[in-house]
Design a protein around this ligand. Sequence first.
Ligand code: ASP
Ligand code: MG
Length: 438
Amino acid sequence: MIVLKFGGSSVGTPERMKNTARIIQNQQADKKLIVLSAISGITDELEKFHKFLKKKNNKSAKDQIDKIQQKHLDFIEELFQENFSIQQAKEFLKTSIHNLLNCLHQPYQSNFEGICLAQGELLSTKIFQVYLAEIHQKSELLYAPDLIHLNTDELPEVISIRKKIQSYFQQFSKTDVFITQGFICLNHQKELGNLQRGGSDYSASLFGAALQAKEIQIWTDIDGVHNNDPRFVNQTSSVKHLSYEEAAELAYFGAKILHPQSIYPAKIQQIPVRLLNTLAPDLPGTCISSHSKNKKTVAIAAKDQITAIRIQSSRMLLAYGFLKNIFEIFEKYKTAIDMITTSEVAVSLTIDSTKNLGLILKELKNYGNVEVDSNHSIVCVVGDFSGKTHGKAAIITDALKHLPIRMISYGGSEHNISVLLPEEYKIEALRSLHARLF
Ligand code: ASP
Ligand code: MG
């Protein structure tokens, strides 16, 4: 069994969808599970629809439905040869549009968001299945929310997910090709939910781990992970191998390659994750596995819209419990901390979600003087920074010596050095580090 996940751009046009089908047929494996995202742009449109719905802006919400419907109608008309296929796909589109209209015509309920956002993946997978049938490829379409569900912390319930997936697949032991939706699942209230934006990678990894797949392939339109951000830096190159730890650091700190949490299930089961390019399927891409041991600096990535908070306590001298009190506030408001640096009298930390910032600041002020700096970027260098290596921190700070650094984090893991600076210096930091490190 291999798991192949295709992102929105790989099914973004009828041509691309056909190409995706060819790639699948060319893969050698006894069984294949295809995990699909929505057609590119559709989840954004559904998100907009949901916003209008919530604001009771019915006119804009209805326009948004028309737009989503038209985009799928055009897609269907162009993709299929046979009338029978067109009718089948249109029938399914009607159901999805009906679900959206239902939300529009009822008083707003909290479960509408999950219902709305799910329609993209429900549609792309059905259209794809009908297309496979048209080209005489038999397949079985799975409803992902039957198998993937979240606990009260909105995290996948890994053990029971594994059991469900395994027993499901035993029933269909004669089928070779399975298709399912990425991203969507049931939340703990047993309503439609999702694994957050970009969550299809996570779905693929959960399925791959549960099925002990030989490999999880993540297909996008770039040849794997690059050693720097190609949007800002010239002459980046793709990284052939990454360890799970390196991949997790890169994904978390901004390389838009993989949903950050998706590494973990694959790592636990030691399943290789291969990042491949639908536009150049023969290129090797990047392989993430436990075999990779990079001795050098591997890659640089950046994460934007970071807020730094400094809490200065006059009582910190010898005061144990200060950090605990501070961290408890972030825990209470379910806000993850990314970077931390401490001194004897102060602690600086960063967050990327400012949803509860006001409440957090109010409570932090009980412990000291609080300063906030928004619009910062974390620039993260991933590689081997274990205790045996030396001189690497010096190279990094030297490359950034002309830029104002707000925080530096070294030694948290052996794989990363992170630097926080104002967002306007990010591109220069990426370029300068690239010139020195590669
Ligand atoms: N369709 C979802 C999104 O756009 C999930 C995914 O593509 O991974 O975020
Ligand atoms: Mg993605």
